[in-house]
Design a protein around this ligand. Structure first.
Ligand SMILES: Cc1ncc(C[n+]2csc(CCOP(=O)(O)OP(=O)(O)O)c2C)c(N)n1
Ligand SMILES: [Mg+2]
Length: 310
C-alpha cells in the first residue's frame, strides 16, 4: 500500500496481553500525529458544516463505486492469498477514509470526522484473526473496524452521511452505529464508553456457554478512563473471553501519552488485572494477526459449561 512520507515516519507499536489460560487482551499502539491534525481541522470546520448538502445523486454515484468489503473471517492460516486479501482490505479502509474526507470537505457530511488513516493494519490484522461469530466494539475512530469486520460499505456510507439506509437509520452517524448482523456491538463518541459494553458482552458469552470472543478497541487516551480500569479488573476476576485492543497513537487530542502516564508501555498494566500484556508493532498486520490468533480463546467457555453441567 503506498504510504505518504508522513505515514512512513510514524512509529507504530501494538501491545498484546493474554491470561495464562490463553485468553487474550490486546493493546495496540500506533503513533499518528496526522490524525490529531485532522481532528483539529474537523473541529475548526464544525461551524461551517451545518448545512446538509448531500443529494441522492451523490449517494447513488458513490454506491456504484462501492462494493461490499471483503470477508475472510474464520480463516486460520496466513497463506499468500490471505496476505493479499489483508493488503486489499487495508487499501479499502484507506480508500474509504479518503472518500469520507472528500465528502466532509464538500460539506456533504454532518459533524466531525476522525480518520482511521495510518492504523489500518490494526483493524484488519485483529478482525482477520476472529471468527465470524465473534463481536467487536469500537470508538470514535471506528470506520476501519467496521470495514474490517465486514460492514456493507454502502450502508456504512449512508450512516456516515445521516441517511435512512444507514446502519442506525442515519440517526447515529459515523460515531454511533451498530449492527449485530456482522458482530458490531457499536461505537460511541464517549471516550472509553464501549469498553464496559464489550466486557459485558464477554460476560454474556461466558454465561451462555458460547465460545464467542469479544474485542474491545479503544485509544490510549481512553486507557486512563476509570471505567476502563473497572472493566479490565472484572474481566481478570471473571476470566472473560475479551481482547482489549488499545490503539496507541501517542496522543489524546493534544495530550501526549508521555505526559499522561508514568509507564513506558500501557501493556505493563495487564498483570495488575491478572492477565498478560504485550506490545506489538501496530503497522505490522501479520504480527497483529498472529498475536490475536495466538491468544484467541478456543471454546473455553463451552468447555467450562460442559464441566459445570457434568
Ligand atoms: C468521556 C469523554 N471525555 C472527553 C472527550 C473528548 N475527547 C474526544 S476524543 C478525545 C481523545 C481520545 O484520545 P484517544 O483515546 O487516544 O483516541 P484517539 O483520538 O487518539 O484515537 C477526547 C478527550 C470525550 N469524547 N469523552
Ligand atoms: Mg490516542
Amino acid at each position: 500500500m503506498p504510504l505518504s512520507a508522513s505515514s512512513r515516519r510514524r512509529l507504530s507499536r501494538l501491545n498484546v496481553s493474554s491470561t495464562s489460560a490463553s485468553r487474550a487482551r490486546r493493546e495496540i499502539t500506533c503513533d499518528d500525529g496526522h490524525n490529531q491534525r485532522r481532528d483539529l481541522t474537523a473541529k475548526n470546520a464544525k461551524g461551517a458544516n451545518k448545512r446538509r448538502l448531500t443529494t441522492k445523486g451523490t449517494l447513488n454515484a458513490e454506491r456504484s463505486r462501492l462494493t461490499t468489503s471483503e470477508s475472510f473471517l474464520g480463516e486460520t492460516m496466513l497463506d499468500t492469498a490471505r496476505r493479499i486479501a489483508m493488503l486489499r482490505q487495508m487499501v479499502q479502509v484507506r480508500a474509504f477514509e479518503e472518500k469520507l474526507d472528500e465528502l466532509y470537505q464538500k460539506k456533504a457530511m454532518y459533524g466531525s470526522t476522525h480518520s482511521y488513516r495510518g492504523q489500518e493494519a490494526i483493524a484488519v490484522g485483529v478482525c482477520a484473526a476472529l471468527e465470524p461469530k465473534d463481536l467487536i466494539a469500537s470508538y470514535h475512530r471506528g470506520t476501519g473496524h467496521l470495514v474490517a469486520k465486514g460492514a456493507d460499505l454502502y450502508t456504512l456510507l449512508c450512516e456516515c452521511m445521516g441517511r435512512e439506509d444507514g446502519y442506525s437509520k442515519g440517526r447515529g452517524g459515523k460515531m454511533h452505529m451498530g449492527d449485530m448482523g456482522f458482530g458490531f456491538i457499536g461505537n460511541t463518541g464517549t471516550v472509553g464508553g464501549t469498553v464496559p459494553t464489550a466486557t459485558g458482552a464477554a460476560l454474556a458469552a461466558k454465561t451462555r456457554g458460547s465460545d464467542e470472543v469479544v474485542v474491545s478497541f479503544f485509544g490510549d487516551g481512553a486507557a486512563n478512563q476509570g471505567v476502563v480500569h473497572e472493566s479490565m479488573n472484572l474481566a481478570g476476576v471473571w476470566k472473560l473471553p475479551v481482547i482489549y485492543v488499545c490503539e496507541n497513537n501517542q496522543y489524546a487530542m493534544t495530550v501526549s501519552l508521555k505526559k499522561s502516564v508514568a509507564i513506558e508501555h500501557l501493556s505493563e498494566r495487564g498483570p495488575a488485572y491478572g492477565f498478560e500484556g504485550k506490545t506489538i508493532d501496530g503497522n505490522d498486520v501479520e504480527a497483529v494477526y498472529d498475536a490475536t490468533r495466538a491468544g484467541r480463546p478456543k471454546g473455553e467457555a463451552a468447555a467450562a459449561r460442559r464441566l459445570s453441567s457434568a
